[in-house]
Design a binder for this molecule. Structure first.
Ligand code: NAP
Length: 294
């Protein structure tokens, strides 16, 4: 039976560490970290995510600013608003909640954010620096996965890691990070996607599986080697009338059966999700302390 990699408890520990750090900053008369979030339109999920991020900031003692714009805002005006936040010296970290309305280019907006304030780590400068193993903001989900592996002392060096999914925000960066020289890292990585010829065979060879494809319960026990480490990034809402919310969250891994074979496994919910939230706070602290770009 696998040991659960408890993201909920670990993220609470990280938040407590950040909170203590903020108290020290306050005592020393230093600058309180300040995160600005931009929300465009009224997408329900985005609203929930942004409100969560603002709540997280308040909880650890950060300052936060939430700028809301109507879905009809032009690309040009949004770029100007981002620039104004770039230019505000009190703001350390700046994020724009995705997705954006179709008439606005995500690339343009992402590139408008100054790399020094890009605590989401999506700017090409930060992605490039991360790939070159230079100091960089690492995007929240990959960062959270690495931190969880580190805090549970999961050995990654020399292991074969199979990542399923090659998105810009999860699969691609985590594949780079797992292959980098470092700890966690030093793994031999296979990056799989929808065109991979025999995905099950690839996954079966893995010592570490990182499932980030967004297909509920896709990874079944027959695809998992005995003793593998299983990181489930997927989150899909499945209608469930027995829940007050009307849905339940399901990962990309068939948890009950895979748990029997794995050595370590992340639950959904309570695994990678909370780690992602804590990572944004950590990056904002780094930004305020000018730790990445000094
Ligand atoms: P995405 O942008 O939709 O990318 C999915 C990736 O999976 C793509 O590379 C796609 O391949 C691949 N894929 C899809 N179906 C596949 C299949 N049958 N076999 C092999 N590969 C397949 O997704 P994402 O944004 O990375 O998110 C993935 C999941 O993680 C979602 O459930 C999302 O909600 C969740 N997520 C969770 C967190 C968290 O904090 N826990 C954070 C972010 C995302 P192609 O490139 O070939 O299309």
């Amino acid at each position: 039976m696998a040991t659960r990699l408890d993201g909920k408890t670990t993220s609470r520990t990280i938040r407590d560490e950040i909170k203590a750090e903020v108290q020290t900053i306050v005592h020393q008369g230093g600058k309180i970290p300040h995160l600005a979030a931009v929300l465009v339109g009224e997408d329900g999920a985005s609203e929930t995510y942004v409100n969560g991020k603002v709540r997280d900031c308040n909880e650890v003692g950060f300052k936060s600013t939430l700028r809301r714009f109507d879905a009809t805002i032009s690309e040009e005006d949004l770029l100007k608003e981002v620039q104004a936040l770039n230019d505000d010296p009190d703001i350390d970290g700046l994020i724009v909640q995705l997705p954006l309305p179709d008439h606005i280019s995500v690339e343009k907006v992402t590139e408008q954010i100054r790399p020094e304030k890009d605590v989401d780590g999506f700017h090409p400068v930060n992605v490039g620096r991360m790939a070159k193993n230079l100091p960089a903001y690492i995007s929240a989900t990959p960062f959270g996965i690495l931190e969880l592996l580190k805090r549970y002392n999961v050995e990654t060096s020399g292991k074969h890691c199979v990542v399923i999914g090659r998105s810009d925000i999860v699969g691609s960066p985590v594949s780079i990070l797992m292959a980098r020289k470092g700890n966690p890292g030093n793994a031999t990585v296979t990056l799989c996607h929808s065109r991979t010829a025999d995905l099950a065979a690839e996954v079966r060879r893995a010592d570490i599986i990182i499932a980030a494809l967004g297909k509920p319960e896709f990874v079944t026990a027959d695809m998992v080697k005995e003793g593998a480490v299983v990181i489930d990034v997927g989150i899909t809402r499945i209608p469930d009338e027995t829940k007050k919310s009307g849905f339940r969250l399901v990962g990309d891994v068939k948890f009950e059966e895979v748990e029997q074979k794995a050595s370590f496994i992340t639950p959904v919910p309570g695994g990678v999700g909370p780690m992602t939230r804590a990572s944004l706070l950590y990056n904002t602290l780094l930004a305020a302390q000018r730790k990445i770009y000094s």
